[in-house]
Design a protein around this ligand. Structure first.
Ligand code: SF4
Length: 95
């Protein structure tokens, strides 16, 4: 049996945790490194973050493509979403 999970609208997914994230106390640039720049500095902050699990769940559910979220890079989340069976829902169906 396939394990397909549809992506919810960003408006529908809980984001209360965002104010509690350690990244709120640091430079956003660290969490959105340019191409070829390391993600490790941001990931080191995520390790100690109390809302890491909720952050990662949000990034996976919403299909967040850019930056470090929940201690994962863009490529890592892309692989995780594929392994977990997430599928992108057309924008008109998500609204
Ligand atoms: S896990 Fe990382 S990206 Fe997510 S809220 Fe915490 S510090 Fe920010």
């Amino acid at each position: 049996m396939s394990n397909i999970i549809s992506i919810g609208s960003r408006r529908e997914v809980d984001q209360d945790w965002k104010d509690e994230g350690l990244c709120a106390e640091t430079s956003p640039d660290l969490f959105f490194p340019g191409k070829g720049e390391p993600t490790t500095p941001a990931k080191k902050i995520c390790v100690a973050c109390d809302v890491k699990e909720r952050c990662l769940a949000w990034a996976l559910e919403t299909g967040e493509e850019y930056g470090v979220w929940g201690g994962t890079s863009e490529n890592e989340r892309r692989r995780m979403r594929k392994e977990l069976g997430y599928v992108d829902e057309p924008e008109e169906l998500a609204a």
